[in-house]
Design a binder for this molecule. Sequence first.
Ligand code: SF4
Ligand code: FES
Length: 236
Amino acid sequence: MDCTFKIFRFDPQEDREPRYQEYRIEVEPAERILDCLNRIRWEQDPSLAYRMSCAHGVCGSDGMKINGVCALACQRLARGYGQGPVLIEPLPNFRVVKDLIVDLDPFFEKYRSVRPYLLPGGEEPEAERPQSPEERGVFDEAIRCILCACCTAACPITPQNEAFVGPAALLRAFRYLFDSRDAAGRERIQVLDSRNGAGGCKSHGKCTEVCPKEIDVRKAIGRTKKRIFDEKRGQV
Ligand code: SF4
Ligand code: FES
């Protein structure tokens, strides 16, 4: 099947304004958008820039906007878009470095701001810190996050409040807040209890809609808000 791709192009070192460039390729039934981008780059235009690595939905590096929806290019079959034109754009709300590559430094800075690691209390145990399957099950889903940034890019709050940490960071905060081995709940809540933290989320649910790992991000943030509420009322 012949398919047309309309791709966002912008090299800040050379271009004054972004532009869109069209490419036409013969798409095989099993090819994904990422395969098509690879073929365009290899066969037609080596200057096209985008990120990719694993090509199997694991590394999270090929997040982009495909026909207006934030997604991983390696998880979308091209045939699902018919003959196109398929509109391919960089993730919104991030500075474009070149073409489909965006600057994710602010995303990872916000991620780090929620201290995305275990902060256990008490004495160092001799062996491991045990956790029951039920305790682990609480954040089983959240642990699937691959930090692709699709949720944060798609979140309507992101462009309204630059300081908002965004759904991916809030999901990671949830993961540790609800970890039975973590002892820093109060400190975590202090960081999260603001309009730049969990309080900034207005439950639009775009994060859950676009998450390529099918994580209910909105629900996790909702549970975090409830935990903050309970903590403030002295119920935890
Ligand atoms: Fe990507 Fe989903 Fe993690 Fe957001 S929650 S960064 S969309 S994997
Ligand atoms: Fe790794 Fe798509 S290339 S997730």
